[in-house]
Design a binder for this molecule. Structure first.
Ligand code: ADP
Ligand code: MG
Length: 478
């Protein structure tokens, strides 16, 4: 039997406001527990929530970015459940009338194709506090600093058909909220996390299968693994004659498996109702127009511009716009090296990306900034060093040895472009390899590579490769 995978994601993006969604307490991460929770966040009696205007602006930005209608009227509702990190006994969220209605997002797939994914809605809500299980023996600590932090919950249609598509979608939303400057995207700190809804159905079947929901995954790698595990679990279950039960599951990265948390029967009945403490949110067209005017260039538009303005390939432009920081870095390098977009793209998508990947760091934390990087590429461009030597220089820059010029100087790496000097090395190589010369002249043309290698070795990699090739050909054929 052939199975089709169906995935829908619910993404929680923390909005980067200074204060909370309904109180004036700070949202800064990492403070001493319970130092940033005021009476409203603690749910003390007699207090009233007041909506932070900034979250409305941020949600509006998101709505415009996905081509969605921003609701003229949206309503906050109480989602009732009991949990120690939720002191009020309810979470303020939006239910029937969310602030952002349906929109779409285009994702790029590995094979170069693209696919449109539907966004059902996005609504505003407050985050809960945190339960701390470590450090307390036989007890649980409660930190309410996070309580009341604004979240935008972005709900997708069940449009994804593989874990890879789900990750591509999640990455795209991640990039988008950072382009829009509405979320810092920090996944370690939990600013961006997702719930993955997963089901399978026989290929060709119309109705969806029963889904499970994997809660709170905070890395792209884990999303992919969790979905793949869950898909296989469901298929095995059905093929063994069992049935998938609708339930909430937890992903355990250490064991790479999902485990049941609670089934539908035990699921909460949230008893949603409009929060009487908060007025409906009414948005005027003028407000939306004003937000539209401050929209930054979005990833798709930037990608198209990189292709048309700088002649970059789809692949290069896609990679260079994958995050806003990457695009900013590229443009900063380009400002120093006008007209060299292709050289910059090759080095950013190749050597720079490889080093970032190896060290597990983001481009904004790269030890070599855009201007220093441009300094390196400039020396390739003006033939001071070859591409090969440039990698060595780049390594040295990476560990803080200084600028490209300083390293080229101190290590004596300047490329040999003096024709006389190159000729002298080539003469020596030819003299030392009489039998190879004979074979070459006898028609074994592929030996040219051998000679180039010998010359480069003799020059410690510093001879200009183009000149070496040219002069070698001349001398060998002569
Ligand atoms: P709930 O209100 O219980 O969270 P929703 O209908 O709002 O349920 O769906 C939540 C998420 O689950 C959405 O992202 C949706 O696309 C996804 N989803 C719904 N049905 C399925 C299914 N059969 N398989 C996979 N994902 C699904
Ligand atoms: Mg849900």
């Amino acid at each position: 039997m052939e199975w089709e995978v169906v995935i829908g994601l619910e993404i929680h993006a923390q909005l980067r406001t200074k204060s909370k969604i309904f109180s004036g307490a700070s949202t800064a991460y990492g403070a001493e527990p319970n130092t940033q929770a005021c009476a409203v966040d603690l749910g003390l009696p007699g207090v009233l929530p007041v909506l932070n205007r900034e979250v409305v602006r941020m949600a509006t930005k998101f709505g415009l970015a996905i081509g969605a209608e921003v609701a003229q009227k949206s309503v906050f509702a109480r989602k009732n459940y009991f949990y120690p990190d939720l002191p009020k006994g309810y979470q303020i969220s939006q239910f029937e009338l969310p602030i952002v209605k349906a929109g779409t997002l285009t994702i790029s797939l590995e094979d170069g194709s693209s696919k449109e994914i539907g966004v059902t809605r996005a609504h505003l809500e407050e985050d809960a506090g945190k339960s701390l299980h470590e450090d307390f023996h036989g007890m649980t600590g409660i930190d309410l600093n996070r309580a009341g932090t604004p979240l935008l919950e972005i709900v997708s249609e069940p449009d994804m058909r593989s874990a890879k598509e789900a990750v591509a979608y999640m990455r795209k939303i991640h990039a988008l909220v950072q382009y829009l400057d509405i979320c810092d995207g920090n996944m370690q700190e939990g600013s961006f996390r997702c719930d993955a809804n997963v089901s399978v159905r026989p290929k060709g079947q119309q109705e969806y299968g029963t889904r499970t929901e994997i809660k709170n995954i905070n890395s792209f790698r884990f999303v992919e693994r969790a979905i793949n595990f869950e898909v296989q679990r469901q298929i095995d279950l059905i093929e063994d004659g069992g049935e998938v039960v609708q339930e909430t599951r937890l992903y355990d990265p250490d064991r790479n498996e999902t485990r049941s948390m609670r089934s539908k029967e035990e699921a909460n009945d949230y008893r949603y109702f409009p929060d009487p403490d908060l007025l409906p949110v009414m948005i005027e067209p003028e407000f939306i127009d004003a937000v539209r005017k401050e929209m930054p260039e979005l990833p798709d538009a930037k990608k198209a511009r990189f292709q048309s303005e700088h002649g970059l390939s789809d692949y290069d432009a896609e990679n260079l716009t994958a995050t806003r920081d990457t695009a900013d870095y590229f443009e900063a390098v380009l400002a120093e090296l006008a007209g060299e977009a292709k050289l910059i793209a090759n080095w950013m998508n190749g050597e720079l990306a490889a080093r970032l990947n190896r060290d597990g760091i983001d481009i904004q934390d790269a030890p070599v900034g855009a201007v220093a990087f441009a300094g390196l590429l400039l020396r390739i461009k003006d033939n001071t060093i070859s591409g090969k030597i440039a990698k060595e220089v780049f390594d040295a820059m990476w560990v803080g040895e200084g600028s490209a010029d300083a390293i080229i100087d101190s290590r004596g790496l300047k490329q040999i472009t003096d024709t006389g000097a190159i000729e002298a090395i080539i003469d020596e190589v030819i003299a030392n390899n009489p039998s190879q010369v004979e074979q070459y002249r006898g028609g074994k043309a592929q030996l040219l590579g051998y000679f180039v290698g010998q010359v480069m070795k003799a020059s410690k990699g510093k001879a200009n490769p183009a000149q070496v090739n040219q002069i070698l050909r001349d001398k060998l054929s002569g």
